[in-house]
Design a protein around this ligand. Structure first.
Ligand code: C2E
Ligand code: CA
Ligand code: CA
Ligand code: CA
Length: 280
């Protein structure tokens, strides 16, 4: 209070104590979350720029704690990464997402559609990753080309030589790879080429003001041109308005994801929504 206000240092430590107590609380709650069935997946549609074709779905993890309520992945994913819990949780995400995609394909979903799953650096560096992916695909019967793994630039750049070796093995399985949040990290173009990445996901920070901001338009135009000349696909993230969509269409972007076409939704709601939009 008043006493603390005069002492910046003491204020700072109490703020840090509060934060570390929260982290410890969430970490211990997260240990139980899987067994207590507090985790579930949401799916967000990815569509062709004309809005006519469902090209994919991104699986996004959700956690609702009985007392603490809904906790954002932006808060709990870093805690899961720091504690190693991301390994069992990430495995559950991968298995569940792939199983759901297989069920949809067995219905009437487009056969060239992909399910995108986010991978953390911790998961990517784990020696069992490739075997896990093989196992999950075999167990589910999902064709490898229907699985897309999303890596961030920091994952790719952490230990490029090791990362390229893992990517080659995933590539050999037929799994797709995309670079998430593209444009916010530091990946060099020469590494990207060696990575045999299929798709760049243009970060939503470049999309937010794209209908007004000439700089953002130039950046997105440059990314699209580069991706095209390297033979990569592109998708724009965070598309919320028809003005953004129109600008992306003008620039030649082929695929979009964002609230304009649907928020992340539980599987049943996703299914109802894409049928209502006649995407399936
Ligand atoms: P991300 O992979 O970049 O996911 C996109 C985020 O943008 C999601 O937030 C999504 O709900 C949000 N989003 C989608 N469309 C729009 C839009 O039109 N406007 C706005 N403002 N936002 C939009 P979410 O679900 O809160 O996830 C946050 C981050 O948490 C993800 O960012 C990802 O880095 C991480 N994450 C989520 N699920 C997983 C997971 O299963 N594994 C791992 N390793 N990370 C995950
Ligand atoms: Ca993502
Ligand atoms: Ca992203
Ligand atoms: Ca992000």
């Amino acid at each position: 209070a008043k006493q603390e206000g005069r002492n910046g240092y003491r204020f700072f430590t109490s703020e840090m104590q509060r934060q570390s107590a929260r982290i410890l609380q969430l970490e211990s709650a997260l240990r139980q979350a899987q067994a207590n069935r507090e985790l579930h997946l949401c799916f967000q549609p990815q569509v062709s720029i004309d809005g006519q074709r469902l090209v994919g779905a991104e699986a996004l993890l959700r956690w609702t704690h009985p007392q603490l309520g809904v906790i954002s992945p932006a808060e709990f994913i870093p805690i899961a990464e720091g504690s190693g819990l991301i390994l069992p949780i990430g495995e559950w995400v991968l298995r569940s997402a792939v199983r759901q995609m297989k069920a949809w394909l067995d219905q009437d979903y487009p056969s060239e559609m992909t399910i995108a799953v986010n991978l953390s650096l911790v998961q990517f560096r784990h020696p069992g990753l490739v075997e896990l992916v093989v196992d999950v695909l075999q167990e589910s019967g999902l064709p490898a080309h229907c699985l897309e793994l999303e890596l961030t630039e920091s994952v790719a750049m952490h230990d490029p030589a090791a990362a390229i070796a893992v990517v080659r093995r995933l590539h050999a399985l037929g799994v797709r790879l995309s670079v998430d949040d593209f444009g916010t990290g530091y990946s060099s173009l020469s590494y990207l080429k060696q990575f045999q990445v299929h798709k760049l996901k243009i970060d939503q920070s470049f999309i937010r003001q794209i209908s007004e901001d000439g700089h953002d338009q130039s950046i997105v135009r440059a990314i699209l041109g580069m991706a095209c000349s390297l033979g990569m696909l592109t998708i724009a993230e965070g598309v919320e308005t028809s003005a953004q969509l129109a600008e992306l269409e003008r620039l030649g972007c082929a695929e979009v994801q964002g609230y304009l076409f649907g928020k992340p939704m539980a599987a049943a709601e996703f299914d109802a929504r894409v049928r209502q939009q006649q995407l399936v």
